[in-house]
Design a protein around this ligand. Structure first.
Ligand code: UD1
Length: 439
């Protein structure tokens, strides 16, 4: 199994480019099911989760191809098998995003229940309740969701989510795009990835308004057509590289990302004393964000909440920053009940963190020390990479397949910024560091 080895203590400096967002790309790929015409994607990241979604579509009979430039073609005109099998869903919960599109296009779907998840229970009851309100008949048996639409076509409905759900909003928005009549989604997710999906569906011919607010109105149409879609920047990846610059005492710029995707995160960085500069895209340059600090950051408190609040997907990375900030910080996780698995690992590196239910109190120390640690989930793994960059000595992170689910070429991008990082793949040992970088 691969591991990542980091020699910490080197300031990271320079510029990297944000990749396309995994969490935007996944629903966009599922949306291809809604049309029998080809859909073309740009800025598709090369990630394990994307491969899983592509395999899922191919398994249903779709014709899928991807080139090295991140351009993907999906043609679902040949799809005949409206199923998402356990073998694929168990590796990626977001596979459930195909449920709404399959029901809307074929009137039936068989999708494995995702099962347990490291960061919490993560049920999909709100997805199912919403589809039932739109006329689907759903049975959950033998670990599968078996759904049919007796009327042949879903109908519009007014659906109020009990809790904000990102993929729930996306699933129902896609289902409603081809339903008969108007669907209103109340208490909908406002994440930029939801807006990227709504924009994409509109360019396929859907009639959607209100995305980006808590009330989304979808007026169903009889068919959608093919389109050229572009995945938005990965705000979580971009923020992770900005945090890498700060935690290592460096100065990092991330290009091709809009600062307004990261308002809450950047506001907390400014509160912590970071100098944040942003640039908007113009005819001569891309949009960019630059972060640096003079001296140690100050501790600040955060509480995760749905967009536009502080993203739960950045909680672990922010905690790594707070481990070496001056003072003590209170970090409250309100989205997932078990999203503190990185705490034990950070403690192995010397971090002083006290956990009490959904709250962590982090007392910043001068320096972390390198240690062998284990990646437990995607974003927890990113926090260990950050801690490793700041730590004195060597950090070896095992189970990095979690990182590969969501960070494209992470060692290469960090190496480009001057990190001393390499991946140890059994049988090969690829060293990625600048020529001048001493070990
Ligand atoms: C998405 C993101 C994930 C992010 C999360 C929260 C994708 C592919 N993944 O996950 O990176 O961490 O949003 O921003 O976009 N819930 C229910 N019932 C449901 C659905 C959700 O109780 O039917 C609960 C969940 O357990 C959780 C909360 O609602 O406590 C929010 O989860 P949700 O927004 O649905 O997360 P995902 O869409 O799975």
């Amino acid at each position: 199994m691969d591991s990542i080895i980091i020699q910490g203590g080197r300031p990271l400096n320079g510029t990297v480019e944000a990749s396309g967002a995994k969490n935007a790309a996944l629903p966009l790929l599922a949306a291809a099911i809604l049309t029998d015409k080809p859909v073309i994607y740009h800025r598709m990241p090369h990630l394990r989760d994307i491969t899983t979604m592509i395999t899922l579509l191919a398994n249903q009979g779709a014709d899928v191809s991807m080139d090295d430039q991140g351009c993907v073609h999906v043609d679902t005109s040949t799809s005949t098998n409206p199923e998402a099998p356990y073998e694929l869903v168990k590796t990626m919960r977001a596979s459930a995003l195909v449920l709404g599109p399959l029901l809307a296009r074929f009137g039936r779907a068989r999708v494995s229940l995702p099962g347990g998840c490291a960061i919490g229970a993560r049920p999909m009851d709100m997805h199912l309740k919403g589809l039932e309100a739109m006329g689907a008949v759903i049975e959950v048996e033998h670990g599968y969701v078996d759904a049919t639409v007796p009327a042949g076509r879903l109908h519009g409905a007014r659906i109020a989510f009990d809790k904000v759900t990102v993929t729930g909003t996306e699933n129902l928005m896609m289902a409603a795009a081809l339903a008969d009549g108007v669907t209103i989604l109340e208490n909908a997710a406002r994440e930029p990835e939801v807006v990227n999906l709504a924009d994409s569906l509109r360019s396929m011919g859907a009639d959607i308004t209100g995305d980006g607010s808590s009330n989304i109105r979808i007026c169903g149409v009889t068919s959608l057509h093919g389109a050229d879609l572009t995945v938005i920047a990965d705000r979580i990846e971009a923020a992770t590289y900005l945090a890498a610059g700060l935690i290592s005492g460096g100065d990092v710029t991330v290009r091709k990302v809009e600062a307004d995707l990261l308002d809450a995160f950047l506001a907390r960085l400014r509160d912590a004393g970071a100098i944040v500069e942003v640039g908007n895209a113009s005819k001569d340059s891309d949009s960019w964000i630059r972060c640096k600090a003079s001296g140690r950051l100050k501790s600040v408190n955060i509480e995760t909440s749905p967009h536009p609040g502080f993203p739960t997907d950045l909680q672990a990375q922010f905690m790594a920053l707070m481990c070496v900030a001056s003072g003590s910080s209170v970090i409250r996780e309100t989205i997932f009940e078990n999203r503190f698995m990185h705490v034990q690992e950070l403690r192995r590196m010397g971090a002083r963190i006290v956990l009490n239910g959904n709250t962590a109190v982090v007392e910043g120390i001068e320096a972390l020390s390198g240690a062998p640690v284990m990646a437990t989930d995607l974003r927890a793994s990113a926090s260990l990479v950050l801690a490793g960059l700041a730590a004195q000595g060597e950090t070896v992170i095992s189970r990095v397949y979690h990182i590969d689910r969501g960070y494209e070429r992470i060692e290469e991008k960090l190496g480009q910024l001057g990190a001393c990082i390499r991946r140890n793949t059994p049988h090969t040992d690829m060293f990625r560091r600048p020529e001048s970088a001493p070990i």
